[in-house]
Each structure stands twice: as C-alpha cells, then as structure tokens.
Design a protein. Structure first.
Lengths: 321, 330
C-alpha cells in the first residue's frame, strides 16, 4: 500500500520565554491511504500536539522543533504558509475537540458550509446548494437544517455538521481530535459507525485521537499508544488488543472495567505522567512501571522496534528478542 | 412499589417530581426534569443511576441534597419524612447525613482556599469534633481518602494538585461529616482513564470502612456495573428499569437499557462491534410525549405506547421495568 503520510523523528512542543515544553518526542509513523489510525493516551501525553503538528497547525507558542513530514509526496516542512492554507481542507481537514463550539452561533448552517467551500473552489450558488445538501445527507442530517442556526441543532447534529464540513472538499486525510467525547454513548457509537462507513465509501484516511482506548479497539485498523510524547507501541488493532506488549498499554487496557462477566477488583495505573518540560532520563514510564528493570530502564530510553511483523514496541523487556 | 425491606433504607424517594420554569413573561415553559421517580437505597448499598445527558440524573442528586427544592413527592431519611422546603437549621442538620461529590474536580474547589481549610469547614459547621482536635481529624480524613502524605497536602492549594487528587479532596470533604449517604455525580468522568479505577476503588473502600451508602451517577454502564449493587436506568426524567446490577447488565429488559448496552464499548466481547440502528435523540423535556418517553425511538413500539406512560412492573425480586412488553410476576 502507498503511504499517504510519512512522519519522521518529529519533535514539537511549546516554547516560552524561560522554558520549553517538549510535548512530542521523536515520533515517527506512516499512514496508508484510507487507513484508520487511532492514537490513544492519557491527557497531557502529546496526542493533540502531534495531530496539530502533522498538518502544521501549531500556533505560537506551539512549534515544530525538528523532523520531517511528507504528505502525498510533498515535504510539508518546506511548504510556505499560503500554499499550506490552500492545501488545508482540500488535502487534509480536521475535526476538533468539542466541535459543537466551532460553529458560529450567528450564522446559518448553510452559510458556514458555503464559506468553507468557497474559500477553496469556485462554485455557483446552485452548485453550492447541491453540494451542501449532499454533505448533510452523507452524515444523516435532514437538509431542512441548512437554514437553521447552530442553537437549533442538538449536540449530535452539530457534530455531524462539523464532520460534513470537514468532508466538503473530499480530503485525503481527516484528523479527528476527540470528536465524540462530549456526546452521549449512543450518539457517539452512531457517529463513529457513520464515519467509518464514509471512510470506506469515500476512501479518506483518518487519524483518530482519544483517551478512550476501548472505543478505538473496535473501530480502527491500527493503534498507536502515546506516553510522555512518544509512541510506545503501535500495531494493528486486533494484534494490540490480543497481545499488548508494553506494560503501559496493558495497564490502559485493564484500567476500565469490563461490561459483562463477573465483577472483580481491578486497579488503575499508579502515579502520574512525567513533566514534559523537563529532560527525561531513561524510559519515561519507568517510575510507574511494575516490570521495570533497575539499571537498564532508568538509564536508557528504549527505541521503538518491530518485535513481530507490524507490531512495534519501545520497551527493554523485549531487548534481544 | 413494595418497599418492605429487611435492612434499613437510608433514603427513600417516592413519586419525586422536579420542574423548572424557563423563558420570559408570557412565554414560560416548563422543563420536566424529573417525572415521578421512586427508589430506595439501603445501608452500605451502592445504587448506580445511569442515563444519557439530559435524562435528569444530576437533577435527582441535586434535589436529594436540596440544592434544588423538589416540586412534589416525598423524601424519607432513615424512615423519617423530610419537609420539602427546609429552614436553614433543618438543612444543615439534613446535610450532616447527606453529602455530595461533584462532577468537576476543577471547579468544585475554591481556588483560594487550601485543602486544609476546605476540610476544616464542614467539621466546624457541623461541630463534629472538638476545636483542638480538628486538625488531627482532617489529617486522618486526608489519609483515608488516599491523599498521602497528608501533612503536605494539608497546605496545598487546588492548583497544585492533579485532577485525581482534587477529586480525592472532593471525596474527603464529603466523608468529613461521616454522612450516611453520598451522592456522587459522575465523579470520574472528568478524570483520565488510568486513574478512574483508583477513585472508584477508594469509594468502595470507604463504603466498607465508614458504612456509607452511595448514589453513583454515571453514563458509563461498565463503571456502574463495577461500583453498584443495584442499577437504575433513567430516561427523560423517568426510571425505566431498576434491579440488581448483574441482572440489569447481563439480561437488560427495557429496550432503552438494551440500546445502552449495545452502544457501550466492550472490546472484551470481540472485535466485531454490534450495529446500533436506533436513531433519534432524547425527547425535548419541555414538550414530552404523553406516552412512553422512549416510544419514538423504540424498535418494539406499539400503538398503545403512545397513549400513556406504562406502569412499573415487577419481573423478579427487586427487578422492576417500565415497559408494556412485560407482565407483573406477582
């Protein structure tokens, strides 16, 4: 398969006058065309910074320190701001966290969809109308809501409208940053199903960011687990679920109680993630890890290596295997 | 409902109703947030209250702790009926027995007060311990709530604490007066997945130690199952099903409970997700349909569902459901 997005040794974070927060540390990954990649991790592990970083959307004090990003054969690090602006929405788009607040409350849904299209392509009024109706149909919102204001829509409908806008120009990649966390379980499940169906139908790739691993396991092709700014494990979903290799992944998977079956006592992961504005010596998970090897894990940060085919992990437990 | 129980009911609610008036003069509308619910919680029992946002579950907690006055209905504490409208003194006395943990640990603590001050207040207001022993007691409570080392935590301001630690302060504040009932309003939903379990375990431990009962409000069915002895499912201001946790989760009766179970993520059941094909959303609470509130979304709806809200029927010991598909088991 062809890679759509190649990220190599990306370092990004936030630069302040007296200190620097290093939120993404040496991240490399590839995303194929039409692939659904889930990125999971606790809050503050750098997943949103990574998502903003790969489409160069980080605003000051946010900054990419080093690394390379190749999108569809184009080196994104070398593209100037104006061409980048033209590429956004057409080539890649983004659905933000709490998107219901993204809609302008004083503009009709129709105007907002028109605006996002008109900026990039020339269309006549009737073409715009046709496209807007198509888009709403795509996300199962009746086209009568084109002339409604955002407050007349429910949370789920607003989220669907925002997704429709992200798909307006048939992008090749859609980044979704916790798009469903503010929604109810039933609506959340419906929207995820619809997004997945649309992806199969229209062939765009998705990077889906969430802290809720249980949601991702069922729906994404592959999963990357982030901790302290690094990808510590990446594998196809079913492999990762069947056999989580990193102790942190294992902990995350057992941090939510199962719905069915016998009730038994479970434990979370003790401690908290390290401060990302400091230098971390050794493995960032070392202080919280139950399987740490003293003298190894606190000295050297493990590299992300392929242990089995397509299954990458950064952990000293698998050294020499 | 029959309420003859062997163990004592800490709280019992009968036909509780809460309405809010909204809108300007001449345009007032009534939001029917709670439409006549009945339940009880026994000593050392956890009742999970599950529903989508807007189903009225937070309102239930706020009415019981009397942050809102109930519109009508009866609330019994230890078998004694409590007045619907309370004077200040009655309220203070009532809250010695009923406390609340709030959803948002970031906004429920005063940012200008140290943890020590926050925990000293309830002890002073309710005159729980002698003046000279207050600090010792606060340190003891901090330790019980898993805030270690208590002496350092005592002088900290909320911004110096992590989300999980703040929620522990919220828990400590609730247990400080040694209440009989704690209303926990989604105490873990704002926390990271990795620490949710620790907070839930802490609450369960305190239940055993302090002999407290909980109303555990959540939208997460799996979390409710983990915490609760019994689970109540709420929809549009009605309880639609209530019963022992295992029964409600493993064999849900009400179509809405079945829908919730289908929609909940459950990777342990295999990687092929179940399709959720029920559309629609929660009805408008200012304009409720006269019949069953779930009828517009229900895959089993019949014409008579539109006519009136079905009665609660008892299908087995302690298991009740509000749906015409079921008959009284006697």
């Amino acid at each position: 398969m062809d890679a759509l997005l190649k990220v190599k040794d990306l370092n990004a974070g936030y630069e302040f006058t007296n200190f620097k927060t290093w939120a993404v540390r040496n991240v490399s990954f590839e995303l194929n065309k039409g692939e659904f990649l889930g990125i999971a991790g606790e809050s503050g592990c750098g997943k949103s910074t990574l998502a903003f970083g790969v489409i160069r959307l980080l605003m000051p004090p946010g900054k990419i320190f080093s690394g390379s990003i190749e999108f569809n054969g184009i080196d994104l690090m070398k593209v100037d701001d104006e061409s980048l602006r033209k590429m956004r929405w057409k080539e890649f788009s983004m659905v933000f966290q709490a998107s219901m607040n993204v809609l302008n409350p004083v503009l009709k849904v129709r105007t907002q969809i028109y605006n996002s299209i008109k900026y990039h392509v020339n269309m006549t009024e009737s073409e715009l109308d046709k496209r807007a109706k198509e888009l709403l149909n795509l996300v199962n919102v009746s086209s009568k809501y084109l002339d409604a204001y955002p407050h007349q829509l429910s949370g789920g409908m607003k989220q669907r409208v925002v997704i429709a806008m992200a798909l307006a120009l048939n992008p090749k990649l859609v980044i979704m940053d916790e798009p469903t966390t503010a929604l109810d379980v039933v609506v959340q499940r419906r929207i995820l199903q619809e997004v997945d169906e649309l992806r199969k139908q229209l062939g765009f790739a998705i990077i889906f960011i969430t802290h809720d691993l249980s949601l991702l396991v069922e729906i994404s092709d592959s999963l990357a687990i982030m901790y302290a700014g690094q990808i510590i494990e990446k594998a196809p979903s079913e492999k990762l679920y069947a056999k989580p290799l990193h102790p942190y992944t294992y902990g995350l998977m057992h941090a939510f109680p199962p719905l069915v079956g016998k009730r038994q006592k479970l434990h979370g992961i003790a401690g908290r993630p390290p401060d990302l504005s400091s230098d971390i010596k050794g493995c960032p998970f070392y202080p919280r890890c139950e399987k740490r090897i003293n003298g190894v894990c606190d000295v050297e940060n493990p590299k992300l290596v392929e242990i089995e085919s397509e299954h990458f992990v950064a952990c000293h437990l698998y050294d020499g295997k | 409902m029959e309420t003859v129980q062997k163990t004592k009911n800490v709280i019992e609610v009968k036909n509780l109703v809460k309405e809010f008036r909204i809108g300007g003069i001449g345009r007032t509308r009534i939001v029917h947030a709670i439409n006549g619910i009945d339940f009880w919680i026994k000593e050392r029992e956890v009742l999970g209250l599950v529903g989508e946002s807007g189903s009225g579950k937070t309102t239930v907690a706020r009415v019981i702790v009397r942050l809102y006055e109930p519109t009508s209905g009866k609330i019994f504490l230890n078998g004694q009926e409590t007045p619907l409208r309370m004077k200040h003194k009655e309220l203070v006395n009532y809250r010695k027995h009923v406390q609340m943990i709030f959803q948002d640990p970031f906004s429920s603590l005063n940012p200008l007060h140290t943890v020590g001050y926050t925990l000293t207040r309830p002890l002073k207001i309710h005159r729980i311990v002698e003046k000279g022993k207050i600090k010792d007691r606060v340190l003891q409570i901090l330790e019980e709530a898993g805030l270690i080392p208590p002496k350092q935590i005592y002088d900290k301001l909320p911004y110096e604490l992590s989300g999980g630690q703040r929620q522990r302060v919220g828990i400590a504040r609730a247990i400080a007066v040694q209440p009989q009932l704690i209303l926990a309003d989604e105490p873990t939903s704002m926390l990271d997945v990795s620490i949710r379990l620790d907070i839930m375990n802490q609450m369960l431990e305190l239940k055993e130690k302090e002999g407290v009962s909980y109303l555990f409000i959540t939208h997460d069915l799996a979390g409710a199952h983990y915490m609760s002895d019994r689970i109540a499912i709420m929809y549009a201001g009605h309880l639609v099903e209530i019963g022992p946790s295992d029964d409600v989760i493993n064999d849900p009766k009400h179509p809405y409970t079945q829908l919730l179970k289908k929609a909940a993520p459950k990777p342990e059941a295999g990687l092929e997700p179940e399709k959720v094909d029920v559309g629609g959303e929660v009805p408008d609470l200012t304009n409720l349909p006269p019949g069953c509130p779930f009828e517009p979304r229900c895959p089993f709806a019949k014409p008579e569902c539109k006519e009136r809200v079905p009665d609660m029927v008892k299908i087995s010991e302690d298991h009740f459901v509000r749906c015409i598909l079921y008959k009284n088991a006697g």
